[in-house]
Design a protein around this ligand. Structure first.
Ligand code: SAH
Length: 485
């Protein structure tokens, strides 16, 4: 049977796709239905049909799945932020664990038997809402010309006006309202992507969960805002009001200049308008068998352009696992590639001989150096540059000097695209005893692990850590050991 656009079908959902969509089959014909939950029987309308499969729109849930829950957010179907809010959290974790496993099987080429022995149970969150410490809100105008801010709709740049997000902190709403009210009173325009005109593009809000310090950075298509002091006044007023803000305080207000016609949110130039250039936050590493036991804590300064993990509760577990997987004794030479503001590096430094961090963003390396000083750590050094350039250059220079460039442990935590081949190649040449790979994309992780394992490493431990509840994203941490060949 063939189906065509606008046909209505009734189907039972049997699986979840990589984007979180429900997958069902009728006589071998596959239907991909966004927002349908595994176990639902649904009525759906076909939007785009091919010979053997079609994308359909969920029209009605006829029989709800036992795993279906009532989503908290009323915008969840339109918004591009969450994909699986209607799926129970327990099932979300199962889905993510399976996603990692499937990628390691299919892309990595690892066997079922090996994965059965090396995969440790997925690490879930205690409370899977309001966990994010960072949000970037686009600012625009609606059809009537009113200023709005909120979230991009699914696969588009249309802004849905909504300042209450169940993933972010509740203070964001008041801060955004203050920014919009300042814009209205001072006739400040919102940026329009279509024309490249207008001033305010995004508002970045980052909160230190332990320090209570909040950073507000307004991204503008220009150098200056009119009546900047009025924006400062409105935001500072929130610090005095007895509202959601009472436990927290805005301590840094800045502008980011982004005049490029681009999807990249932040511009490279930052100017602090009021308060500090950075906010601080404290991370505790914990005992991996009893998360409530703290082993050590370090405090970090974070500037607007630096990467900082978005889920503090889970970051602590992730870093604790990274330390456990590195298994240091106090003597080792360690490299931390893609080190950001030096978070993992500085925890490693407490248990190693020396640590060398590498990171592409100069401000992040400035933060990392400051963070080392702040925590009294003297055995960590940091370099700005691409991992795939800094590491090979070091290797070459050491060889030229007649020394052998070695490392005992290399930790990598690359962005979604994974490690560059040149970086992997140099890691293999340096032949550390252990490699710890932290990944936010299990497909590129699996691709890279295949290269490393073909080059003489053995997969020892794999663990999925849920940093992004309600979304399809999953973090994974892996330990590799050198085989004695
Ligand atoms: N380990 C850190 C940061 C991880 S995010 C933490 O846990 O906070 C990945 C980092 O890699 C980002 O800071 C990004 O700026 C950096 N990065 C991206 N491409 C890079 C490259 N080619 N070489 C080095 N760093 C890179």
């Amino acid at each position: 049977m063939e189906y065509k656009k606008n046909d209505t079908v009734t189907v039972t959902i049997e699986d979840i796709g990589i984007e979180g969509e429900g997958i069902g089959k009728i006589d071998g014909f596959t239907l991909f239905i966004k927002d349908a939950v595994m176990g639902d029987t649904v009525e759906a309308k076909i939007m785009k049909a091919k010979k053997h499969y079609a994308y359909a729109r969920l029209e009605k849930v006829i029989t709800p799945s036992p795993f279906r829950i009532e989503p908290k957010c009323s915008y969840y179907r339109q918004c591009g932020g969450c994909q699986i809010q209607a799926l129970s959290y327990e099932k979300q974790l199962e889905f993510k664990n399976q996603k990692v496993r499937n990628n390691l099987l299919r892309i990595g080429g690892f066997s079922e038997e090996l994965l059965d022995t090396v995969m440790e149970p997925v690490v879930g969150m205690e409370k899977p809402y309001h966990y994010r410490n960072k949000a970037q809100f686009p600012v625009g105008t609606d059809k009537e010309g009113n200023l709005i801010t909120g979230f991009y709709a699914n696969h588009s740049h249309t802004i849905i006006s909504n300042t209450e997000c169940y993933l972010g902190v509740t203070e964001n709403k008041e801060i955004l309202e203050a920014v919009l009210s300042y814009m209205k009173e001072n006739k400040v325009t919102a940026y329009d992507e279509a024309t490249g005109k207008g001033l305010v593009r995004h508002v970045l809000i980052r909160t230190g969960f332990t320090s209570g310090q909040i950073m507000v950075c307004v991204v503008i298509n220009g150098k200056k805002l009119p009546a900047e002091e009025e924006l400062i006044e409105k935001l500072c007023k929130l610090n005095e009001e007895k509202t959601e803000m009472k436990r927290k305080k805005i301590t840094s207000i800045s502008l980011s200049e982004n005049t490029e016609r681009t999807n990249v949110i932040m511009g490279k130039k930052i100017r602090t308008l009021w308060g500090d250039d950075t906010i601080q936050d404290t991370i505790h590493v914990r005992n991996c068998t009893d998360w409530s036991r703290t082993d050590r804590e370090l405090t970090f300064a974070i500037s607007p352009l630096s990467f900082y993990q978005v889920n503090p509760e889970q970051t602590e577990k992730l870093y604790s696992l990274a330390l456990e997987y590195a298994g240091l004794t106090g003597m080792e030479t360690v490299w931390d590639l893609y080190c950001g503001i030096g978070t993992i590096s500085l925890f490693l430094a407490g248990q190693a001989g020396s640590v060398h961090g590498v990171e592409i963003i100069p401000q992040a390396i400035e933060d990392a150096k400051e963070n080392a000083k702040r925590n009294g750590i003297t055995n960590a050094e940091f370099s700005v540059g691409k991992a795939e350039e800094v590491l090979p250059a070091f290797y070459k220079a050491e060889n030229a000097a007649g020394r052998k460039a070695t490392a005992d442990v290399i930790v990598v935590d690359p962005p979604r695209k994974g490690c560059d081949e040149k970086c992997l190649e140099t890691m293999l040449q340096m032949a550390p005893e252990k490699i710890v790979y932290v990944s936010c994309d299990s497909a590129t992780l699996a691709r890279d692990l295949k290269i490393l394992c073909d080059g003489g490493y053995e997969l020892k431990m794999v663990r999925a850590v849920d940093q992004f509840a309600q979304t399809v994203h999953v973090e994974t941490i892996v330990a590799l050991h050198r085989t004695n060949s």
